[in-house]
Design a binder for this molecule. Sequence first.
Ligand SMILES: NC(=O)c1ccc[n+]([C@@H]2O[C@H](COP(=O)([O-])OP(=O)(O)OC[C@H]3O[C@@H](n4cnc5c(N)ncnc54)[C@H](OP(=O)(O)O)[C@@H]3O)[C@@H](O)[C@H]2O)c1
Length: 302
Amino acid sequence: MTTALGGLPPYVYGTTRLGDESLPREQRLAMARTVLDAGLWIHTSDQYGDALQVLGEAIAEREEAPATIVKIGGGTADDVRSTILANIGPLGVDGVALGQLSPVSGLERSLAEGDARVLDGLRQLKSEGLVGRFVLEIFPWTSEAPLAALEAGHLDDLVDGFILYINPLQRFASNPLWDALQDRGSALISMRTVAGNDVRALRDVPGAAWRSYLRERAAEIAPIFGRSGVGDWAEFCVRFALGLPGVRSTVGSTSRREHLDAYLRLTRAAVPPLPQDVVDEILALHRRWSDETDVHAEPWTM
Ligand SMILES: NC(=O)c1ccc[n+]([C@@H]2O[C@H](COP(=O)([O-])OP(=O)(O)OC[C@H]3O[C@@H](n4cnc5c(N)ncnc54)[C@H](OP(=O)(O)O)[C@@H]3O)[C@@H](O)[C@H]2O)c1
């Protein structure tokens, strides 16, 4: 497998906030223009409200389209083709740079068993230029098939890396899959840069954590963050994610210019990793949380 995912920038702008219809559309459009002006890669999906339409409007005003990571679905190559088309239509672009495959809807079996018809069909989408490269999305409850496929070599020359939640509160792969990815030096894209909010808000503000497990984890992480000497939660998170072996980019979302500027300031120069003892403490928590909670969760409830 190609493990490089070369060319990815350290910070990728995720577009959930662009599709957040509780914010005025003009504000979201202005943010889209700012993000495109900054030349950022975009992570998007037709599942994020009207984010594609907002982005499409901003893209249409420009000569150059941004590079995109697009969450695509489907159990067969034809399904995957349809979802790519459903995304690139509103964006007004010819293809996606990175297609994020989700191992559900039967695709998990095809990957684990090496179904040549499906895998060759996916390669065909690359040779047509509809998608540049593929990454495979991982969750704790979908980790088994990717691990089997990885070990059987069925992802070779098809999938260039893996994309999953990685932040101080979440490392969303089963422990065996995580170990296999680290052993192989696989390229990774981390999502949910700050776990959705400032750690102290997640811990202390009622309703800030959308599930109680995040509040409990924030209570365990906040003292480690405090002891680290890093004053800013976003900086702590960016340095944590990008300091892990294999992680090429972190995908975060914001509707605020000042938050975006802070991410860009942080990632414009080389990002220093967190002290190793801080990282080790967090990794030990991840390993425990994964076994105790994540892999037992009802799918898609975390
Ligand atoms: N399965 C999937 O493919 C999947 C799932 C989840 C996410 N994603 C991708 O990952 C992207 C990021 O995910 P996410 O939005 O869940 O996670 P996130 O980036 O960790 O959290 C975004 C939230 O955190 C706030 N925030 C941003 N920077 C902050 C800062 N410096 N201090 C305090 N709060 C801050 C934002 O509010 P403000 O707007 O006020 O800044 C926003 O509400 C998504 O947009 C999406 O592209 C993909």
